[in-house]
Design a protein around this ligand. Structure first.
Ligand code: UDP
Length: 333
């Protein structure tokens, strides 16, 4: 009988990584998490069911030891910095962490003959939308160092494919949101910049008010439209990407979104319905770099991975995030 190897999950103690770990454990995968805990939370992992290693993916000696001691079959690479604004003011931090650091990981994979890689890429690699909904053929012209660092790593992975047979799936996420439905794990960023958690933090009083960034966009209600993809749907996409690679398939890029767009105002209205509370609001100017609309065409994900979003209504995202924020953890580990 073929026994599957171990999965190395970088950034597995972070928001999307930890939800994916939970999903993969339910599918009986064997997992090592490598996380430097810059943003991750060890409490987000069931310590008795995963091997947790605190460390840097640029630490060649550590990586070599992990690949020597374990039969690592594939890497799921989540570890990255993801604050778009910061990437504009401090680009080298992003190129160092999101582009240079994974090179050590890839060198170690090459040395040990590990050739399967699932990469947390992003719709930010596309830059300003040229058509909607956006599919994988959309030109990739990122407008910030965050998107550029992710696009450059996609290129590195392709070149490794040509040179030594690495096969990768680039999962280009749209707007990740929502939390574990059991309320066990959730979204805990410091600082928290994302829309749904900030709306809920304004309701609980953790912040005074939520600021709507721009009400003069060319959209029906003047606020930005985004494609919100539930973190559990991202988790299931990673599992299917693994199945895809295990079947011997070639490198490919796949967008992950629902195909539906919701405005900031619609999300606020839904949060008020779900929680039964008014959201304390301020209205501010547009945030630099925010296009009016970003909507995913998820057709390729269905065709290639057999994946489709299960949680298409952002109501379920808000309900699960509200459960996390009002549950025993109060939204913080
Ligand atoms: N947004 C907002 N106020 C906030 C945070 C976000 O109006 O405090 C808007 C933001 O301009 C964008 C949408 O909500 O149109 C989603 O932003 P988020 O930061 O959650 O994700 P991003 O699109 O930056 O990945």
């Amino acid at each position: 009988m073929f026994i599957q190897g171990t999965l190395l999950i970088t950034g597995g103690a972070g928001y999307i990584g930890s939800h994916t770990v939970k999903h993969l454990l339910a599918h009986n995968e064997r997992i090592i998490v490598l996380d430097n805990l810059a943003f991750g939370h060890p409490e987000a992992l069931p310590q008795d069911r995963v091997t947790f290693v605190q460390g840097e993916m640029a630490d060649a000696a550590l990586l070599d030891r992990l690949f020597t001691e374990h039969s690592i079959e594939a890497v799921l690479h989540f570890a990255a910095f993801a604050f778009v604004g910061e990437s504009v003011t401090d680009p080298l931090k992003y190129y160092r962490n999101n582009l240079a650091a994974p090179l050590t990981l890839l060198e170690t994979m090459q040395k040990h003959g590990c050739k399967q890689f699932i990469f947390s890429s992003t719709c930010a690699t596309y830059g300003n939308p040229q058509f909607m909904p956006m599919d994988e053929t959309h030109p990739q012209e990122p407008v910030n160092a965050y998107g550029a660092s992710k696009l450059m790593l996609e290129r590195v992975l392709k070149d490794c494919g040509t040179a030594w047979g690495l096969r990768a799936v680039f999962l280009r996420y749209f707007n990740a949101s929502g939390c574990d439905l059991d309320g066990e794990i959730g979204e805990d960023h410091t600082p928290e910049t994302h829309l749904i958690p900030r709306i809920l933090m304004a309701i609980t009083g953790e912040i005074e008010a939520m600021t709507v960034f721009g009400t003069d966009y060319p959209t029906p209600d003047g606020t930005c439209i985004r494609d919100y993809i539930h973190v559990n749907d991202l988790a299931s996409a990673h599992a299917l990407a693994l199945t895809y690679l295990r079947a011997g398939n070639e490198t490919t890029a796949v967008n992950l979104g629902t195909g539906n767009g919701f405005s900031v105002k619609q999300i606020i209205d839904t949060a008020e319905q779900v929680t039964g509370h008014k959201v304390p609001l301020n209205y501010g100017p547009r945030r630099a770099g925010d296009p009016p609309e970003l909507i995913c065409n998820p057709a390729k994900a269905k065709a290639v991975l057999g994946w489709e979003a299960e949680y298409k209504d952002p109501r379920s995202h808000i309900e699960s995030a509200w459960k996390w924020i009002t549950g025993p953890h109060k939204g913080r580990y």
